[in-house]
Design a protein around this ligand. Structure first.
Ligand code: NAD
Length: 297
């Protein structure tokens, strides 16, 4: 299988490497020479442009920053140059409208397209254990699934075009809200003189239980793998969470959905980002709520 992989950054680099590791021929391209060199060191072949990468491709996978990049790369470079038989998969996190627009352009040009954003950070991208949410025509899912497998621990078809992006932003809006709720509960517990471990023991087995509590506890010393134990480094950066919350709020406004807690979460993460903590894991917002920003390096 010949794969053209466009966008070899923090996520795409590991994903392309896993395709090469699975024995597929990967023609890679990125505007960054450094990213391209890294991909070559992981078994990919460097292409000089998107147009060159997609020549003779069976599959084109893109992992780009945002909607405008995806629209431009597909409309100006992929669609005019890829063979019509190529399967097109965009795994970037972008707005639902742009995903549907690109799908429409691809279909009109005779291609099969899927929006397939991912959950899981750079560690999962490197390990090939991402969760994919796929928006595509039902009859196309089996071959899309087969292409994605070397990069994934789970691949779920969530519906037609745009449904992958819809699932991604709904999930991340819920995650942001649950994290803020978890942080507020720990901050209140502290003020009330309640030991964090005791509160964790109760809440992790009671109705307050959620992923933000049991897998990603914002207080250090409770969940070994949580970024709170590493000074909130790594993990899921606040700036990326903010990007997804903006996408969710834009989508809610267009769809006429009422998402007051999502709006609050966006406002809080925007403030935290503006204070200079965009690079910190999103669970670090607990220090803002505790009034202890000085404890963040
Ligand atoms: P990144 O900025 O590290 O990588 C994007 C890459 O795209 C860069 O290397 C850039 O040079 C390249 N690029 C931009 N325009 C290009 C063009 N026209 N042609 C070729 N290459 C181009 O970003 P990332 O962290 O890898 O994220 C990629 C996508 O995945 C984003 O949509 C992000 O929201 C999403 N995502 C990221 C994470 C994460 O933890 N980093 C997790 C899930 C989803």
């Amino acid at each position: 299988m010949r794969i053209a992989f466009i966008g070899l950054g923090a996520m795409g680099g590991g994903m392309a490497a896993n395709q090469a590791k699975a024995g597929r021929q990967v023609a890679a391209f990125d505007l960054s020479k450094e990213a391209l060199d890294r991909a070559v060191s992981h078994g990919c072949t460097a292409a000089g442009s998107v147009a060159e990468a997609v020549q003779g491709a069976d599959v084109v996978i893109t992992m780009l920053p945002a909607g405008p990049h995806v629209l431009k790369v597909f409309s100006e470079e992929v669609l005019p140059n890829a063979p019509k038989t190529a399967l097109l998969i965009d795994s970037s996190t972008i707005d639902v409208d742009t995903a549907r627009k690109v799908a429409g352009l691809a279909k009109a040009a005779g291609f099969v397209f899927a929006d397939a954003p991912v959950s899981g950070g750079t560690a999962a991208a490197d390990a090939g254990t991402l969760a994919f949410m796929v928006g595509c025509e039902e009859g196309e899912f089996a071959r899309i699934d087969e292409v994605i497998q070397p990069m994934a621990r789970a691949v779920i078809r969530t519906g037609d075009h745009g449904a992958g992006q819809a699932a991604k932003i709904c999930n991340n809006m819920l995650l942001a809200i649950s994290m803020i709720g978890t942080c507020e509960a720990f901050a209140l517990a502290e003020r009330l003189g309640l030991d964090a471990q005791k509160f964790f023991d109760v809440a992790s087995k009671s109705s307050g239980q959620c992923w933000s509590m049991t897998s990603y506890a914002p207080v250090p010393g409770l969940v070994e793998a949580a970024p709170s134990n590493r000074g909130y480094a790594g993990g899921f950066a606040t700036a990326l969470m903010l990007k997804d919350l903006k996408l969710a709020q834009d989508a809610a406004a267009k769809a006429g959905a009422t998402t007051p807690m999502g709006a609050q979460a966006e406002a809080l993460y925007a403030m935290f980002d503006r204070l200079g903590y965009g690079g910190k894991d999103f669970s670090a917002v607990i220090q803002l709520l505790r009034g202890k920003l000085d404890e963040l390096s």
